[in-house]
Design a binder for this molecule. Structure first.
Ligand code: ADP
Length: 548
């Protein structure tokens, strides 16, 4: 016997239909790539997305075809998302921060037929044009006046293309398991792998993330997604804001402190989301110019662990509450959020901070377990750490084109590649990525924990900790510090700053001051590149052991 409720396939076009029908005049404001601030509404975006669908149909795009976007967060990018997905084609978000070689690999692997691009990326597309044989059309997200035919001859103009089309187009009508979007992992090990989201998985992710204890977006919010739409779907905000009827403020290409601040203030932003490095730039700008935040209430920070100093600065200096989140491309991306429980809300501010700094607890729809190397379950005691495994309706089941083979265990859990603890209150804490954890004398040292404490030093701009080979201990931690401009510091200053804050045996064997700490394509510290740069480095303690 089956239930007797209506069969209403969970397809994402219905989300924008809802926004048009019930929040049609709610604004979507964009800092355009051409420069000016552009204002639009959900009703306008809906109509233009339908025009775009008709344009795609006229170009011969069929259900299942991959159409890529290489674009910043703007209203046009949202139109492209919904316009592509509405007709059952697959929206493939390309990360422009990848090297050209990786971009080409991904475009070919996905067999993209159309690329919607911002003007910014025309040169890289032109240079690599011959290496993308499946791409039939490049559409520039601009108007006729800003086209650059000399940079990319033959590209189509977005405004002209959609201007010729009607806003009548039937969306949906297909199975909810139809693929909607494709996003590749940034490939920190091996080639990038594609995560193929379905309409159903995106719809369920949207409903879950709207929960009060999750992102909790409301119709009264004004939301600035700094996190790019090409980085794990802007954490679902293009969907959840439309579903809630929140005003959207899209920052375009300018993500520096001054530009983000200007939008926060002029548009009255109440909620924002970004990786820690973006917030560090914003706080630097606020401090240097003695500015205040007048409307911002809450920020979600994820992508990498949130340094304590960042949470304190937001809380104590600006009255903004921080929600720490964990997730990955493979989890759509939200997996856990450190929102309070009935128990933790009663704790004093300092004790609550201990929980905020953890990566948090899973919302309904996400199941977590910790296992050892043999797959045996480990206790949730907040101390024992093991591999973090995840399962649920918006978690990857297999990679696109079968890459990587079988990726789930016997119980259907996916190995996140993260090492974590889970405490008795259900708060998960990432110890490290499995490949970054430092193995010293058979025990594990969390590089993340040390770097997040070290970056709290007033002279530090960025810190990274890696393991360096040691003849006796296997590996020992080295702290790399990029100092704030104009500062100088000694190794001892940093080591004594860490004293008492970490276990003694976790103390780095060396502190190296560097000009630059490289960030990868998703704004995280690029440990792979750091390790490459440090390949000839020898620990002073290793030299001592060898000569002893
Ligand atoms: P990629 O893996 O391609 O760099 P993702 O955005 O999918 O891109 O990264 C997911 C990974 O980022 C997680 O597996 C985890 O290691 C890390 N991560 C995400 N959020 C956090 C967080 N709040 N704290 C620590 N690490 C995090």
């Amino acid at each position: 016997m089956l239930g007797l409720m209506q069969n209403w396939p969970l397809t994402v076009d219905k989300i924008l239909d809802h926004a048009k029908n019930w929040h049609g005049d709610r604004e979507i404001v964009s800092r355009s790539v051409e420069g000016p601030i552009v204002r639009s509404t959900y009703a306008q975006v809906h109509a233009r997305a339908k025009q775009l669908s008709n344009a795609l149909l006229s170009l011969g795009i069929k259900p299942g075809d991959r159409c890529a976007t290489l674009a910043w967060n703007t209203g046009r990018h949202i139109e492209a998302w919904y316009g592509i997905m509405g007709i059952g084609a697959v929206c493939h978000t390309l990360n422009p921060r990848l090297f050209a070689e990786q971009l080409c690999y991904i475009i070919n692997h996905a067999e993209d037929q159309v690329i919607f691009t911002d003007l910014t990326f025309l040169p890289v597309l032109q240079e690599n044009r011959a290496k993308m044989p499946t791409v039939k059309h490049v559409v520039v997200l601009t108007d006729e006046a800003h086209m650059q035919p000399d940079v990319f001859p033959g590209a189509l103009c977005y405004e002209t293309l959609i201007g010729q089309q009607s806003a009548d187009c039937i969306w949906g009508g297909f199975d909810e398991q139809t693929p909607a979007a494709l996003c590749y992992t940034s490939g920190t090990t091996g080639n990038p792998k594609g995560v193929l989201y379905s309409h159903r998985s995106n719809f369920i992710h949207t409903l879950v993330t709207m929960g009060t204890d999750v992102m909790g977006i409301s119709a009264t919010d004004t939301v600035l997604p700094v996190v790019p739409m090409f980085h794990a779907n802007a954490w679902g905000l293009a969907f959840s804001c439309s579903a809630a009827g929140a005003k959207l403020v899209m920052p375009g290409q300018k993500l520096d402190g001054a530009s983000v601040y200007e939008l926060l203030e002029t548009e009255g932003v109440t909620f924002s989301a970004a990786v820690p490095t973006v917030w560090q730039m914003l706080l630097g700008h606020l401090r240097d110019n003695r500015l205040k935040l007048s409307t911002l209430k809450r920020v979600v920070i994820g992508g990498s662990a949130v340094p304590e100093a960042l949470v304190r600065a937001f809380r104590d200096d600006y009255g903004v509450s921080v929600t720490h989140a964990w997730g990955m491309t493979e989890t759509s991306p939200l997996g856990t959020l450190a929102t309070p429980t009935g128990k933790t809300i009663k704790l004093d501010a300092e004790e609550q901070l201990r929980y905020t700094l953890k990566q948090g607890r899973p919302p309904v729809g996400i199941e977590l377990k910790l296992v050892d190397d043999n797959g045996a379950r480990l206790p949730h005691d907040g101390v024992t750490f093991g591999k973090l495994m995840v399962r649920g309706p918006f978690v990857v089941g297999q990679y696109f084109q079968g890459d990587g083979g079988v990726i789930l265990d016997d119980e259907g859990y996916f190995d996140t590649g993260d090492v974590a603890t889970i405490d008795p209150d259900g708060f998960m804490q990432i110890t490290d990525r499995s490949k970054d954890v430092i193995k010293s004398g058979g025990e594990w040292i969390s590089s993340i924990e040390i770097e997040n404490i070290a970056v709290g030093h007033e002279k530090a701009a960025l810190c990274a900790v890696i393991g360096a080979a040691h003849p006796k201990w296997d590996e020992r931690p080295v702290l790399l510090v990029k100092l704030e401009a104009g500062q100088s510091a000694s190794k001892e200053e940093f080591l004594s700053f860490l004293e008492g804050k970490i276990a003694k045996w976790w103390t780095p064997d060396d502190v190296v001051f560097v000009e630059d700490i490289p960030l990868g394509a998703t704004g995280k510290i690029d440990k792979k590149l750091i390790r490459e740069r440090m390949k000839d480095y020898v620990l002073p303690t290793a030299k001592a052991t060898v000569s002893a």
